[in-house]
Design a protein around this ligand. Structure first.
Ligand code: 13P
Length: 252
């Protein structure tokens, strides 16, 4: 299983700058991408074109989207459909990122609809889960993950191909704060996710679905994080915005 090294550019970068960063990333990693690494770049919608062009034909690189509305098409002003993302070259999409849950009010049920709909449309889906600091302090990490996983995976078919599904564990308190969960905290949370996946999809698929860690990943901690059991990749925000730092993380 290749480690999935994902760059979430959030609401950063105009189209031109995104294309330049993607081209710089490609130039730095061309011929140097380890065989066990896959790179995923997730720019804002308006930069999918330039980013996709910069990465076109590069082995081991994929393009992803940060969000979509779970419908084929229709009167949903301001939204974007999975078919439009596929048409723009996306292979992956996120669902349930903490910023969408906690800033934009997305609930568990909507996240579950998106994961199911995106998969059916042909996207590989990355379900993001993670607890808030007050939930961790109240000893509720396992309960929060269990709830988010149950709802987020509710519409995933039992025979899903493991390369079409990933889970990203991103503790909310570690996102953009410089705080990273410690190795024991990461190992514990990823074990909870793994056990849930095995219970839900059986030992084979459950063991093969990738579990990414996200939250203040940078060059200084990426190697250690990737060495922890059940950490099958990283989802990087801030440190993915520059080709220099993200390419170093990819090869960490
Ligand atoms: P940071 O790496 O900036 O903490 O962001 C993490 C994240 O939210 C990735 O999706």
């Amino acid at each position: 299983m290749k480690k999935l090294m994902a760059a979430n550019w959030k609401m950063y970068k105009l189209a031109g700058e995104a294309g330049e960063t993607a081209a710089a990333l490609r130039a730095r990693l061309d011929g140097k991408l380890p065989a066990d690494r896959e790179v995923l770049v997730i720019p804002p919608f308006t930069a999918l074109g330039t980013t996709g062009q910069a990465l076109a034909g590069a082995a081991g690189f994929a393009l992803g989207a940060q969000n979509f509305y779970p419908s084929k098409q229709g009167a949903f002003t301001g939204e974007i459909a999975p078919d439009m993302l596929l048409d723009a070259g996306c292979a992956y999409a996120l669902a349930g990122h903490s910023e969408r849950r906690h800033i934009l009010g997305e609930d568990d049920a909507m996240v579950g609809r998106k994961v199911g709909f995106g998969l059916a449309a042909g996207l590989a889906m990355i379900l993001c889960v993670g607890e808030k600091i007050e939930e961790r302090q109240a000893g509720q990490v396992e309960a929060v993950l269990a709830r988010q996983l149950a709802a987020g995976l509710a519409e995933v078919p039992a025979d899903v191909s493991p390369d079409k599904l990933a889970v990203a564990y991103e503790p909310v308190w570690a996102i953009g704060t410089g705080l990273t969960a410690g190795p024991a905290e990461v190992a514990d949370a990823h074990k909870v996710v793994r056990e849930h996946l095995i219970e839900r999809f059986g030992p084979q698929t459950g063991a093969a679905v990738r579990i990414l860690y996200g939250g203040s990943v940078k060059l200084g901690n990426a190697g250690e994080l990737l060495g922890i059991d059940n950490v099958d990749g990283v989802l990087v925000g801030g440190a993915s915005l520059e080709a220099e730092s993200f390419s170093a993380i990819v090869t960490a």
